[in-house]
Design a protein around this ligand. Structure first.
Ligand code: XMP
Length: 317
């Protein structure tokens, strides 16, 4: 593809000129944006780039392991992995308010990232996978507060006095995917659904703790398995489980249960600025619901979210 090839060429040149002989760091999340950013910057400056992956304890089942395995085995990137699970869960203990959760996770991330970066010595640049919609949605409109605080924009560079490299700043997600394919990233990385920086922290309504993480993780595995098996995973923008902060009555055998509710959320979108709920077949909804209720201990009800953005948002917090 001529356009992508020339975009890569000019971006590589731009990064080389900007960076010179200096060092660059990049926060790798395993998502498409940071992976493509890292691959592009690596193409430009090679080992002057170091990537840092922070496990915040809010990732899905097996996710950190598979992300790290992928980068270690299949890429040339220098990746430092930090296990900060206990730190983050401690920061989140007793926090109920969604914006406070985001702030704690965002600030915690900055703290851990800064500590790791300091160990590398003199670093001048931070490469970040900011996309065009991130730029728009995080900028306050006519003095109004931004809709939600997205921690991948702002904060880090000012605090660490780093210059930013944001090669994807003018692109939409579908263009980033095309770019990633052109750069040779594997399809499983390219077609990964977006996953928010605060991770499962904002998919657990109310308090985040190990027990509730365990419930939402098990439900999430089922959602992803069934979406993939049925061919729906790639048709939708995002599909995931949300753990609600209420319990409802159910019946099992001849006993009454009083257990958790999982909400299934699936949306179609191009840029996450607007979204519509996915018209998933009833049969698939049925399989997902039955499996979650049968297999996830502590859940006796599944509901399907049929709200569009706006006025709802994609995530529940
Ligand atoms: P909302 O819920 O605002 O989500 O409609 C729009 C898109 O952004 C993702 N999202 C986040 N990503 N940090 C992130 O890096 C965040 O705090 C955050 N909040 C939402 C969400 O998954 C969706 O794709």
């Amino acid at each position: 593809n001529w356009t992508m090839a020339s975009f890569i060429e000019s971006t590589v040149k731009g990064v080389q000129e900007k960076v010179g002989d200096n060092k660059v760091i990049c926060a790798l999340s395993g998502g498409v944006d940071s992976s493509v950013t890292a691959a592009l910057v690596h193409k430009a400056i090679g080992d002057q780039l170091t990537c840092i992956y922070v496990d915040n304890g809010l990732m899905r089942t097996g996710e950190s392991e598979s992300i790290l395995r992928f980068f270690r085995e299949k890429s040339q990137l220098n990746v430092i992995a930090v296990d900060a699970v206990d730190f983050f869960l401690n920061e989140l203990a007793d926090v109920l308010d969604p914006e406070i959760k985001r702030k704690r996770i965002g600030l915690g991330f900055i703290k851990i990232f800064e500590e790791e970066a300091a160990k590398l010595g003199e670093v001048d640049f931070l490469a970040q996978g900011t996309l065009y919609p991130d730029v728009i949605e995080s900028v306050s409109f006519m003095g109004e507060a931004p809709i939600k605080s997205h921690h991948n924009v702002g904060g880090l560079p000012e605090i660490m006095k780093l210059d930013l490299i944001e090669p994807l700043r003018e692109l939409f997600k579908d263009e980033v995917r095309e770019l990633g394919l052109e750069l040779g990233l594997p399809e499983e990385a390219i077609y990964r659904q977006p996953f928010p920086g605060p991770g499962l922290g904002i998919r657990i309504m109310g308090e985040v703790n190990r027990e509730r993480l365990n419930i939402v993780r098990q439900a999430d595995v089922i959602v992803l398995e069934e979406m993939k098996k049925s061919g729906w995973y790639r048709k939708v923008w995002q599909s995931f489980a949300v753990l609600l902060p209420i319990q409802t009555v159910g019946v099992m055998g001849d006993g009454r249960t009083y257990e958790n509710v999982i909400a299934l959320r699936s949306v179609d979108s191009r840029d996450a600025m607007t979204a519509d709920w996915s018209k998933i077949p009833y049969d698939l909804l049925g399989v997902i619901s039955t499996r979650i209720i049968n297999e996830v201990r502590g859940v006796n009800r599944v509901v399907f979210d049929i709200s569009s953005k706006p006025p709802s948002t994609i995530e529940w917090e």
